[in-house]
Design a binder for this molecule. Sequence first.
Ligand code: BG6
Length: 274
Amino acid sequence: VFQRISDQGMPIVSVDNPLASLELSLFGGHVLSFMPKKDNRQRLWMSPKAVMDGSKPIRGGIPVCWPWFGAASDGNLPAHGFVRDQMWQILRVDDDQEQTRIQLQPERAYLNPGQEHLDLMLELLIGEQLTLNLITQNRQAHSIRFGGALHSYFRVQNIDHAEIQGLSGAYLDKVQDTSAEQTPSPYLISSETDRIHVNAVSQASIIEGEQQAVTIGFKGHDSIVVWNPWQEKSAQMADMTTDGYRKMLCIEAAITQGIELAPGQSHILTQIIS
Ligand code: BG6
């Protein structure tokens, strides 16, 4: 495990152990890449135009969204919360034969600016698979309510041939602003897609041809978000290339409805990438 400063002046942590390699940006507590050694295949997608100088959230990898998912109820506050564009610090690193464990925390975690700080920690377990545990602890004397997501961008070879398996049931369609009763089967992406699957299953996969591109396990979530901006929306985004959307698919362990935490309780949102 070693730390370097990127060309844009941002601290990057690199992990290289017998089972995998990973890169983590301390800006955002943001995993940039994950490559298991059994096949040396990159699981995550990073936009070639991602801004990496700390001036805005990084487009690609695994942004941490907290303490809410999506647009803020107060339009002056940022989408996806406060932690994906602040500096995080490493609390602890443990290395053994099987995995490397890194625990980190953002500089400031609060529900709203000006309110008391909360305890938020991201734990990475890096081995043949990558486990992310986003741990929210309520040390306040009153209940808190929060949401969030592990907003993973997965790499696909060709979006036209990528199929999502494992999701089922009803979803909210944020593009059409409607709800649908049934997840499509086969589940292919051929236009702008922004969906909140409220059936919080515990596993989904992206399949490309015969190959299992990636399998994602979820815990502590209330929904699973599927997002691809497609062509027109990408063209409006300064940090997307013209055809970047053809190589990526976001599948996110999410808390979109909110979780109530009583004083003293903690909650873990988990995503396992294999
Ligand atoms: C997805 C949301 O999770 O993130 C989309 O469902 C949103 O609505 C997308 O557009 C990207 O958000 P941002 O803030 O990183 O551009």
